[in-house]
Design a protein around this ligand. Structure first.
Ligand code: BEZ
Ligand code: FE
Length: 289
């Protein structure tokens, strides 16, 4: 095809996709829809060539911002509400299971393995509020699930995750815990504070273009995993935090909001929160029933 037009270019590109067998069905489905939506977008806004070149330069700069500590494309996806949308499409909530939400860019694999009740705090801050975090992990029938691996991570009272703060020890405020024979988990940590997502570089450029602030409400991150259950990536939000209703990455769900109460005399922390999770059986486990 030599003479593409504004009207036919979309079909020309889609028809050019490889013969059956030369590309996967999923790639055909994704690329067909991608081309359609991107062409319609260009026609809709009558995208101009200088704007196209700006976008190419912007993406190149976003790529140059990435290193082993910063994943700019996850951030851009979060600011546009894409990660939360993809998460909901991947993990639709059908029953009583806990809701998932975004992973975000600050997770680190293989955090320190700690016994139940241990503290993730390696460095203290003057204004920190210590917290005893506990609860049960149950299955859909309400039975406690033993041996669930729980990775937890949060920002420090200065609003920074340890891997973005040279003054915090490696893996500060991160840990891996296991539920006990009753499905109970517990750890000591600090109250997570609201923080701005990194808003320099291209993420900041996008936030400013959208007229948005960068702030997120205080939250504790969790990944719960055990063979036979669907891995749950989620967060627990502080009900007293700012930004619950205008999170910069749209990730707050009402069911994930918990209350940090003053701790009783039986605890050695300032605050106490109880938060339970329900895990869904993995598809393979359901099919085998
Ligand atoms: C986070 O919760 O750590 C996060 C999520 C999305 C973007 C930036 C940070
Ligand atoms: Fe976070």
């Amino acid at each position: 095809m030599r003479n593409v037009t504004i009207e036919n270019v979309t079909d020309v590109v889609i028809n050019s996709l490889g013969e059956n067998g030369t590309i996967t069905d999923r790639n055909r489905e994704i690329l067909t829809s991608l081309v359609r939506h991107m062409h319609d977008f260009c026609r809709d806004v009558k995208l101009q060539h200088d704007e196209f070149l700006y976008a190419c330069d912007y993406l190149a700069r976003a790529g140059q911002t990435c290193d082993d500590k910063r994943q700019e494309f996850i951030l851009l996806g979060d600011i546009l509400g894409i990660e939360v949308l993809v998460d909901m499409l991947t993990h639709p909530v059908e029953g009583t299971e806990s809701e998932s939400t975004v992973l975000g860019p600050f997770y680190r694999e293989n955090p320190p393995v700690l016994p139940k009740g241990a503290s993730t705090v390696q460095k203290h801050f003057d204004d920190e509020e210590s917290v005893y975090f506990e609860g049960y992990v149950r299955d859909a029938n309400g039975n406690g699930v033993e041996g669930v691996t729980m990775d937890v991570w949060e920002d420090a009272p200065n609003g920074l995750y340890e891997n973005h703060d040279p003054d915090q020890p490696d893996f500060n405020l991160r840990g891996r815990f296991l539920t006990d024979e009753n499905g109970h988990y517990a750890f000591r940590a600090v109250r997570p504070v609201p923080y701005p997502i990194p808003d320099n570089e291209t993420a900041g450029e996008l936030l400013r273009a959208m007229g948005h602030h960068p702030n997120r409400p205080g939250h504790m991150h969790f990944i719960l995993s055990k063979d036979g259950y669907r891995t749950l990536v989620s967060q627990v939000y502080d009900s007293d935090s700012d930004w619950l209703d205008n999170d910069s990455v749209f990730a707050v769900k009402e069911s994930l909001v918990g209350k940090f109460n003053p701790a009783g005399d039986n605890l050695d922390t300032d605050l106490h929160i109880q938060f339970d999770f329900v895990l869904k059986a993995a598809e393979a486990a359901i099919a085998a029933e």
